[in-house]
Structures are given as C-alpha cells and as structure tokens.
Design a protein around this ligand. Structure first.
Ligand code: ADP
Ligand code: MG
Length: 417
C-alpha cells in the first residue's frame, strides 16, 4: 500500500463513519412512494375518470397541469399502477405506456416508444412517421385492450415538433376495431394550451386538472414520511424537515426541491463524518443546489444571450451605480464587434434581458425617467465571481476575458479624468 495514497484515507474515513442512510434512493426523484399525502383529491379525480376502463369503457382524455414538483408524475404513475392491478384482478386487459417528452422529444421517438411497448422492434431512425404510426395501430388492434398513453412534459414535444403526432393519437380510436386508447397529457407549462391546435386541445383536454403548489405544512408531511424511509433513526433533527419545507414552499411549493434539499443536506453531513443532519447542512445544500441550477441555465444559454449577460457582468464588475438598458446594449455591441459576431437590434437585446430576468439570473426593474421615457435598471442576481467562471467556460466568451470595451474605456476616462 502506498503511504501517500490520498484515497486510502478517503475510503477509511467513509467506512469508519456512521451510515446515515437506510435507503438513500428513497430521496431520488425517480422513487415513487406508496403513499402520496395531500394528493387524495387528485388521485380520486384521476381514478374516477380512469375507472371507466373497469367496465370496458374508454376513459376521457385528460390534461394535467401544474408547476414542477407538484406531484403530477407521481400521482399518474401511482394511479395507473393501481388501475392495472385492479384490471387484472377483473380479468381485463390494460396496458399503459409512460413517455417523458423531455427525454423522448421527437414525434419519431414517441412513436418508436409506443411500438416498443407493444414489443415491436423499430429502427432508431429511417422509417417514415406515417409508416411507424400504421405499424403501431395495426399491432395495437390485434389486442382487445385499453392502451393508456401518458405523455409527460408534453409541451416539450408540441413546441419543438408541432402537434402532428398528438393530433393523430387523438383520432386513432375511430380506426381501431378491437383496441382502444386513452391519453393523459402532463404539462409544467400553464401557457402550453395556447400553442396547441384547437382541435388537438379539445380532444386532449376532455378533462382537465390543475395541481396546486404544496404549502409548507404539506411539504413537511411529505418530507417527514420520506425521511423515515430514507434515513436511519434520529439522524435528522426535526427542525431540518421544517426548514427544507419552508425553503421549498418559498420556491413555489416544489416537492422535488424539498426532497433535494434533504438529500443533499444528508450527503454533506455524511461527507463530513457527522452522525446528525442539522440546519446548517440544509443551508449549505441550498447553496449547492442553487449554484447547480444557475450553472445549468447559464451554460445552456445561446451565444447571443451569453453575450448580453456578459455585458451586464462587465458593467456590474465596473461597479456602476446604475446599469440601464442603453449601457448594456453599448457594451454588448462592443463585445460582439470584438468577437466578430453580428449584433442583434436593441429591441431583441431588450427581450433577452427580460428572458434573463425570468430565469432569475438578472433583476431588471422598470424605472420611469419622466419626460425621457422609461428604461430598465439591471442587476446581476447571482454570485458575480461564479457567474464569471460559468460564462468564461464558453470558449468564445473566454476570448473576452481581458477585453476592455470602448464603452468602458470611455467611462474610466470620465471617472479618472
Ligand atoms: P411533477 O411531475 O409535478 O413535477 P413529481 O410527481 O415528479 O412532480 O414530484 C416530485 C417529487 O416529489 C417526486 O420525487 C415525488 O415522489 C415527490 N412527491 C410529490 N408529491 C408527493 C406527495 N404528495 N407525497 C410524497 N411525495 C411526493
Ligand atoms: Mg413530472
């Protein structure tokens, strides 16, 4: 054994510290718990609509809405699982296919998944969608079954690829002789409906339900139950659960965020060899999670949006008292010139600033300049140093690292001259 091997001590420390988790996976987003507190009403509603299947009817198509982490996916999977059990008890045939359109985000992909759930082999690419659809319909109609299709995050596919497949799926029952299908669409985006073809919308949303955000006390119940499954006894202080619940309630009542806080807090405590999860680990977890969220958003921005953000960063870095839209544009313009990128119009840049504001990376506040009209006061809303390193991870933006825009030069001259 090498004396200076750093991993030895890492492994030794890990093995000699107490195990905090009884079932770590119970805190992961993919885990579906047996009980879903505070979703009785939603479970009952979905159950009532789908119960039609138990008397060989075709359940109405359903559209479920709600912000992320309000239990839509969990409720759906839970109800379908129970329905399937009940159906087989009664000797009825029921299939369901769950597709997350955030992952499978093409019409071809959806059709391929549907075929595969009927044990049809389909190449990854190459067939015409119409051929695929016909194959699916023919294979389905060999069975005397109800086929429930759950399209989770369905807005992704409609927005990216149009609603052709959705349209075809809402029509397929008329061509089927033995089998029947029923659709459940789930969306995190409350405005999604506006972008759908009205014909698709009316058949997809025969029934509709909005999932409200969880309140802090409801999140507390959810976390309490999950903590009992996930952690060994008396590892988690009671105030930890309340804090996770309160923080997530502020964050639009997101159960996923609440569970993430608890999991990461546990992992941080474990890493430090502690045998208790305390409030300070929850606060540390909050920072880790927020940083990761910002990182994901910033790194996936298109170049133009990154340039606008970089311009705001530069201005903030100069410690101007007030940053307004016009200055951002001038600075952005200089950056584009430096990189040989065509600058967008001021109007488009203003839109991009709004988008950055909605993403929570900057704060843009409208201020009235009296007879000079209105402008926006802009501030970076995240850690400045971290933002710099996230932006300069982009090879193009990295070329601007030591760049002094003409505009900034002008300001410096004013300050010092
Ligand atoms: P959505 O699909 O609305 O974004 P999910 O159903 O994926 O939300 O829920 C997010 C996380 O929170 C999942 O891990 C899920 O198990 C959990 N969760 C949501 N609602 C409840 C509930 N009422 N009881 C227990 N866990 C829940
Ligand atoms: Mg979901």
């Amino acid at each position: 054994m090498r004396k200076d091997d750093p991993l030895d001590s890492v492994f030794e420390t890990f093995l000699s510290t107490p195990t905090l988790f009884k079932e770590r996976d119970a805190l992961r987003p993919t885990y579906v718990p047996d009980r879903l507190p505070h979703r009785d009403q939603q479970i009952r509603y979905l159950g009532q609509i789908l119960a039609t299947a138990l008397k060989s009817g075709i359940p109405s198509n359903i559209l479920l809405y709600g912000k992320t982490g309000t239990g839509k996916t969990a409720v759906c999977k839970h109800v379908l699982q129970r329905l399937k059990e009940k159906s087989s008890e009664l000797g009825l045939s029921l299939h369901y296919c769950y597709i997350n359109c955030h992952i499978v985000d093409t019409n071809y992909g959806v059709l391929r998944n549907l075929c595969e759930s009927l044990d049809l082999n389909v190449p990854i690419t190459g067939l015409a969608k119409s051929v695929l659809f016909t194959k699916f319909r023919a294979a389905l109609d060999l069975r005397d079954t109800l086929f429930v299709i759950i399209l989770d995050e369905v807005d992704r596919i409609a927005r990216k690829n149009g609603d052709e497949t959705l349209y075809n799926l809402t029509r397929v029952n008329t061509d089927l002789k033995k089998a029947k299908i029923s659709l459940i669409g789930i969306s995190n985006d409350l405005k999604f409906k506006e972008s759908l073809d009205p014909r698709v919308l009316s058949s997809l949303s025969e029934e509709e339900l909005v999932y409200p955000p969880y309140k802090a006390l409801e999140l507390k119940d959810i976390l309490d139950e999950r903590a009992k499954t996930a952690f060994c006894e008396s590892i988690v202080e009671p105030s930890v659960i309340s804090l996770c619940a309160a923080l997530a309630a502020r964050e639009h009542g997101d159960a996923r965020r609440a569970l993430d806080l608890l999991r990461v807090a546990g992992e941080l405590a474990e890493r430090e060899g502690k045998n208790k999860v305390t409030e300070s680990y929850v606060r540390a977890a909050k920072n880790v999670i927020e940083r990761n969220t910002v990182l994901e958003v910033v790194t996936t921005l298109p170049l133009q949006a990154k340039l606008v953000l970089f311009a705001i960063y530069l201005l903030e870095h100069m410690e101007l008292k007030q940053i307004v839209t016009g200055e951002v544009y001038d600075c952005y313009y200089d950056c584009c010139r430096e990189l040989g990128v065509d600058p967008l119009t001021q109007r488009r840049v203003s839109d991009l600033i709004n988008e950055l504001d909605m993403l929570g990376i900057v704060n843009a506040q409208v201020v009235n300049l009296g007879r000079y009209g209105r402008t926006k006061k802009i501030r970076v809303a995240v850690h400045l140093k971290q933002l710099e390193s996230m932006l300069t991870a982009d090879t193009q933006i990295a070329r601007l690292r030591d760049f002094i825009p003409q505009f900034k030069q002008k300001h410096l001259n004013q300050l010092h001259g």
